[in-house]
Design a protein around this ligand. Structure first.
Ligand code: ADP
Ligand code: MG
Ligand code: ZN
Length: 618
């Protein structure tokens, strides 16, 4: 057996083992299989063939591998005799943290020589590996930042990419079923790419996961890799921020190069916003480094097609600041919302995290789910752990419901500081408000059907939402529909007024939108009764920042415009009030249901909305 640990002078071993390996990387990067002779410790020449790392993993999964030796710079293995018994090696530039676990799970005997080497020798070996990496990078990065820059690369390289099998499955991610459904497709692209290629379909290159922190975006990306059984390369946008000029870009290049060699695989870029911030609007003199990195990323994305088997997944909780170039077709043109979980989702997440924890008889995860409105997946994971810590501190054998109660209070106290938890009154207000939108929207013309009401707090801004799905694409709005849309927007505020006799500030966004619609009706669409079909605003400016320019008008016309806008809003508001008063008891019962389930959708919602009645006097 060729072994790095069998005697000899350390220095010469380093030369023999690592420099040739680094050269291999350079010269055979496109060749998945080649015959190579490697000098063994006993100076015998052994012929073994090189395999792609992904193929090695497949052979492991297919239980074809008899024995494995993990070395610092490569993995050597032998196939079982029924599969030919041949000896192979595979180069993997990265430390493989999960490989031992994977092999253990498959009961494949292995030796890990990275750790069993004697201390000094091990150190020398890993320094050798680093030297190899440096040589390798120096050749590839034309834009290297001098010696200092190169040392930087060497040091943080292993930290930036974490490549390997993740071992995480979709079953480990709960409460985000819609996202999982959408991502199932990506798994299929990776697993059965041939099917798509044969028929000539274009596989998407990039998927952007969008959602508040702690909702499981990173976890989902890993689960895709786990489900598809492909390597996972990950790096975080924030790692780039403090780099020397040119290093970020060359790292992106390097990452794509490595990934392409191991296709099918996933490249995951966490915190995409850190490099993907809109260019040209930074306060300082521009951030050259970030821009170069972003440009390189865009270039790389354009330079491969999804059919090559590499799929890029990125995550962000600030989609609004991303450079628009990132969202163009052929780049991150697919977006998947990863949202905070609703009640049943929270219960499912609690179950996932309770798997390895001893639970007492009285623990009721359903009840805990009820008490954890607004918690993210990460908050819930934290909650289970807090409860377990509490039980252990009191030397108990299992976690009791009392531990859960106390842990919930703790976590909430932490969250309240970040003002993410609503008081019961606020929740009620939000629930009435959303049902108000839904009821008015169900009756009013406007071409949209209410498909979902949710009071699960959103990350950004809104406390709840009502989702209206247009039944068909609408290009022309007739006057009634415009009124209907305005009334629907005002339905939330109308409900608050009816139920509480006063209104909250939560409707400000609705009111802005309603006012804007009413204004457009009068000034652009010529729908104002007294003014007639005269356009008082020109539309082109909308492309710039949504603002529009008024043509010069007399003071009388201006005040007439204001009067018409007010009249339109008043009428629509009166309609909304009338509808909700007429359906008051249904409003009450629906709100109660919504407070319990947090989300109303599907048939249940349609059954309710079908009962909403139009008052005679509207
Ligand atoms: P994000 O990337 O969206 O900020 P992470 O995926 O890093 O969130 O989540 C952090 C941790 O919280 C995960 O490792 C997991 O333990 C837990 N977690 C978050 N969301 C979920 C979920 N939907 N299901 C199960 N666990 C979750
Ligand atoms: Mg994350
Ligand atoms: Zn609203």
């Amino acid at each position: 057996m060729t072994s790095a640990t069998e005697g000899g002078k350390p220095a010469s071993i380093v030369r023999q083992l690592h420099l040739p390996a680094a050269n291999l990387n350079l010269e055979n990067k496109h060749i998945s299989k080649s015959l190579l002779t490697i000098p063994s410790a006993g100076n015998k020449m052994n012929t073994i063939s090189q395999t792609a790392y992904s193929e090695f993993l497949q052979q492991v999964q297919a239980r074809q591998v008899a024995q494995v030796t993990i070395k610092v710079d490569r993995i050597e293995y032998t196939l079982k005799s029924e599969f030919g018994g041949a000896r192979h090696y595979t180069i993997s530039d990265q430390f493989q943290p999960n490989l031992p676990n994977l092999l253990r799970n498959q009961s494949i005997p292995f030796t890990d020589e990275r750790t069993s080497a004697s201390g000094v020798l091990g150190l020398l070996l890993s320094m050798g590996a680093m030297a190899g990496a440096l040589v390798w990078l120096a050749k590839f990065s034309q834009a290297g930042g001098g010696i200092g820059g190169l040392t930087g690369i060497g040091k943080s390289k292993a930290r930036v990419y974490n490549q390997g099998k993740t071992g995480i499955q979709f079953a480990d991610v709960a409460g985000v079923d819609e996202a999982k459904q959408e991502l199932q497709e990506v798994v299929d692209f990776l697993k059965n790419g041939e099917k798509y290629r044969k028929i000539g379909a274009k596989i998407p290159k990039g998927v952007l996961l969008v959602g508040p922190p702690g909702t499981g975006k990173t976890l989902l990306a890993k689960a895709i890799a786990g489900e598809a059984g492909v390597p996972f390369f990950s790096m975080s946008g924030s790692e780039f921020v403090e780099l020397y000029v040119g290093v970020g870009a060359s790292r992106v290049r390097d990452l794509f190069q490595q990934a392409k060699r191991q296709a099918p695989c996933i490249i995951f870029i966490d915190e995409l916003d850190a490099i993907g911030k809109s260019r040209g609007n930074s306060n300082f003199n521009g951030n050259d480094e970030r821009e170069q990195t972003l440009n390189q990323l865009l270039t790389e994305m354009d330079g491969f097609d999804g059919n090559a088997g590499v799929i890029l997944i990125a995550a962000t909780n600030r989609p609004e600041i991303l450079d628009p170039a990132l969202r163009r077709p052929g780049r991150f043109d697919r977006q998947v919302l990863v949202d905070r979980p609703d009640k049943s989702g929270r219960e499912a997440i609690l179950k996932v995290h309770s798997r390895g924890v001893k639970m007492g008889e009285d623990v009721d995860l359903n009840a805990s789910a009820t008490q954890t409105v607004g918690f993210s997946g990460a908050d819930l994971a934290n909650l289970v752990n807090e409860a377990a810590l509490m039980a252990a501190r009191q030397n108990r054998q299992a976690v009791l419901m009392a531990d859960f109660h106390e842990a919930i209070e703790r976590v909430i106290a932490g969250l309240e500081k970040r003002s993410r938890v609503l008081s019961p009154l606020e929740r009620q207000t939000v629930a009435y408000h959303e049902v108000g939108h839904a009821f008015v929207g169900a009756l009013m013309p406007g071409g949209s059907k209410v498909t979902k009401i949710s009071i699960v707090p959103r990350g950004i801004g809104a406390l709840g939402y009502t989702l209206q799905t247009p039944e068909e694409d609408r290009f022309l709005l007739i006057e009634d529909e415009l009124r209907g849309q305005i009334a629907t927007l005002l339905g939330g505020r109308a409900a608050e007024e009816i139920v509480f006799g006063k209104v909250s500030s939560g409707a400000s966004d609705d009111i802005q939108k309603a006012t804007a619609l009413a204004e457009r009706a009068v000034t652009q669409y010529g729908m104002g009764e007294t003014l007639g079909p005269i356009a008082f605003e020109t539309q082109q400016a909308q492309f710039l920042d949504g603002g529009s320019t008024r043509r010069s008008i007399s003071a009388e016309v201006a005040s007439e415009i204001d009067r018409l806008i007010k009249q339109s809003i008043d009428r629509s508001y009166a309609t909304a009030l009338a509808i909700l008063r007429h359906n008051r008891s249904l409003l009450e019962s629906t709100t109660q249901t919504l407070l319990e389930t947090e989300v109303l959708e599907g048939e249940q919602l349609q059954r309710i909305l079908a009962q909403v009645q139009m008052p005679e006097t509207v």
